[in-house]
Design a protein around this ligand. Structure first.
Ligand code: CAA
Length: 379
């Protein structure tokens, strides 16, 4: 596996790293404290072409590759995991589903707005009774003439409160079970769609996560995404891509925390010497370094599998599991190394530790990733 970045990939990484350092990082703590989504910065990312990195220029994408996009999520998440997940949901989930499963008319209608950031998007799969068991969809879509009528409720949907475009999953034929689920592109101005409760969370406090309420929501028939009954496959395939984004987010959080604690270990002295000169503490750093490097390889490998047309469900599951466990491990250890200072809000490590937790949960818990991997071993 060749991990030599191309010139384009290096350029994207450098550009996003500078933007994250100069504009995103300085307000990350404030967004966490106020819970206010950093919309101005997020929109700027769209303007700079970061939402559409892996999509063709004719749809206002940047014409780059999936690894470049993954490097962007990683760099942003080092500075602010809230902005990292908003980017990942916009690109991997909303646009990922539309790009891979839409017809040409739908692509022309939705991709340019989403690529450029004029429109924001989300992915409405989870329901109160359909979390890990995503096939248990209770939202119903009934065909009536030239439109569908959607009724139901989605929950824990990242970006829902700020979204213009929603990819929504619903049952068009309950009798067919998993083969009765369909996917729709729904606009925020369609009649009958509204946002319910916006969640108050442990971490990613500025990420906008909420309920979607569908009450006799009218969706034109031409907004069916793919064919009727193909929705579950669309959701699963899209999530395979999304999991690489979350993996990159986990990797970025781990790297961000590592950088912070590395500086602290050099500055802080106890018993007359710098902390890193204590062998036990240095070994804690070595263990973090190993886990980060392992995660990095799995994340880039999954991105390259997707880019190069190989099967990537399993590599995405491995990357997501490894990188997000790594984020939790590294942030927890870094807080420990900082002692009392790690636990207070004057430093960013306590935020990073809270942010890391959800990465082990969303877009398929890390137990789901084990199901995907073990299912593949024995198929
Ligand atoms: N790609 C394409 N098709 C797939 C697939 C994939 N990766 N995985 C499964 N399928 C297809 C199967 O081939 C099968 O079709 P056939 O019957 O034609 O063969 C069908 O889907 C059903 O497959 P399974 O029987 O394996 O499905 P299951 O019901 O047992 O579920 C699961 C398996 C892995 C647990 C799955 O339900 C799952 O991934 N659950 C987690 C859901 C999830 O990730 N939710 C996240 C919500 S989004 C979110 O968090 C975003 C956010 O806001 C940040």
């Amino acid at each position: 596996m060749n991990f030599q970045f191309t010139k384009e990939q290096e350029l994207v990484r450098q550009m996003v790293r500078e933007f994250a350092e100069n504009e995103i990082k300085p307000i990350a703590a404030e967004s966490d404290q106020t819970g206010e989504f950093p919309m101005e910065n997020f929109k700027k990312l769209g303007k700079y072409g970061c939402f559409g990195i892996p999509f063709p220029t004719e749809y206002e994408g940047a014409g780059g590759d999936y690894l470049s996009y993954i490097l962007a999520v990683e760099e942003i998440s080092k500075a602010c995991a809230t902005t990292g997940i908003a980017l990942s949901v916009q690109t991997s989930l909303c646009m990922g589903a539309i790009w891979a499963f839409s017809n040409e008319e739908q692509k022309k209608k939705y991709m340019p707005g989403l690529c450029s950031g004029r429109k924001l998007g989300c992915f409405g799969l989870t329901e109160p009774n359909a979390g890990t068991d995503a096939s248990g969809q209770q939202t119903i879509a009934t065909k009536e003439g030239d439109h569908y009528v959607l009724n139901g409720q989605k929950c824990f949907i990242t970006n829902a409160p700020i979204a213009d475009v929603f990819v929504i999953f619903a049952m068009t034929d309950k009798s067919k079970g998993v083969k009765g689920i369909s996917a729709f592109i729904v606009e925020k101005d369609f009649p009958g769609i509204s946002i319910g409760k916006v969640e108050d969370k442990m971490g990613l406090r500025a990420a906008q996560v909420g309920e979607i309420i569908l009450e006799n929501c009218i969706v034109p028939a031409e907004n069916l995404l793919g064919r009727e009954g193909r929705g579950f496959g669309i959701a699963m395939k899209t999530l395979d891509g999304g999991r690489i984004g979350v993996a990159a987010q986990g990797l970025g959080i781990a790297e961000g925390a590592f950088n912070e604690i590395k500086e602290y270990m050099k500055e802080r002295k106890q018993f007359g010497k710098q902390l890193f000169k204590f062998q036990g503490l240095g070994w804690m750093m070595a263990e973090m370094d190993l886990k980060i490097e392992q995660a990095r390889y799995l994340v880039y490998k999954a991105a390259m599998d997707k880019e190069q047309g190989r099967s990537y469900s399993v590599s995405a599951a491995r990357a997501k599991w490894a990188a997000t466990d790594c984020a939790m491990y590294v942030t927890t250890e870094a807080v420990q190394l900082m002692g009392g200072y790690g636990y207070i809000k004057d430093y960013s490590l306590e935020r990073m530790m809270r942010d890391a937790k959800i990465t082990q949960i969303y877009e398929g818990t890390n137990q789901v990733q084990r199901m995907v991997i073990s299912g593949n071993i024995f198929k």
